[in-house]
Design a protein around this ligand. Sequence first.
Ligand SMILES: Nc1ncnc2c1ncn2[C@@H]1O[C@H](COP(=O)(O)OP(=O)(O)O)[C@@H](O)[C@H]1O
Ligand SMILES: [Mg+2]
Length: 234
Amino acid sequence: MTALLELTDLGFAWPGQPELLDIPHFQLAPGETLFLKGPSGSGKTTLLGLLGGVQTPGRGRVRLLGEDLGSLSAGARDRFRVEHTGYIFQQFNLLPFLSVRENVELPCRFSRLRRTRASQRHGGVARAAEALLTHLGLPEGMLERRADSLSIGQQQRVAAARALIGQPELVIADEPTSALDADTREAFLRLLFAECREAGASLLFVSHDRSLAGLFDRDLSLSDLNRASQPMER
Ligand SMILES: Nc1ncnc2c1ncn2[C@@H]1O[C@H](COP(=O)(O)OP(=O)(O)O)[C@@H](O)[C@H]1O
Ligand SMILES: [Mg+2]
């Protein structure tokens, strides 16, 4: 099977710092859920930025859906990212002054493909937003509320719905459960899995919380992939 995502000989260093990532090879299969763990500061968020094409690697190649991200212009890479990846940020990064619905609909403003898919599946972008939020367990009647009036757990559901709308092939989640208690965490993950499965999306989930690992198809440590020595071990 062709990989959804493939890294080859990837190297990355932040300016003025020693090499943080040196990853000979890594791949993620279509529909696979992967738990990637590593201590704080080990480069997890940096790696996710490289996968999404937010950062560019110093060397090596990131291929998503067969496309070499490094061969695209910055603008084309941004478009490709919004079309094919949904990103759940650690701090959720909702736009506080927009409503819940507007936040979830955002990717569909920037991507025609996601707009089309959302409409096909749910009969409209607004209805897609509503359906996702319901599936993810957001209480009814919150669609038109400002995002910054929500609790952390509710914001997390909005962030997940925004990542999932329009069925991107890859969903990337950067420690989105760190602010939740254990029961809520697992319940949220199960909902996230169900949505990814229904959309056929792969899920790359990063966390330092090992207790969640057993729920995923595959469980990896960043240190198993990364040959660069870690700052904390020096
Ligand atoms: N924007 C940045 N500029 C410079 N250094 C950074 C930046 N982001 C992260 N780093 C450095 O890269 C290392 C890994 O950080 P990060 O990828 O955030 O790790 P993790 O997500 O595993 O906690 C840290 O030493 C951090 O200081
Ligand atoms: Mg991080």
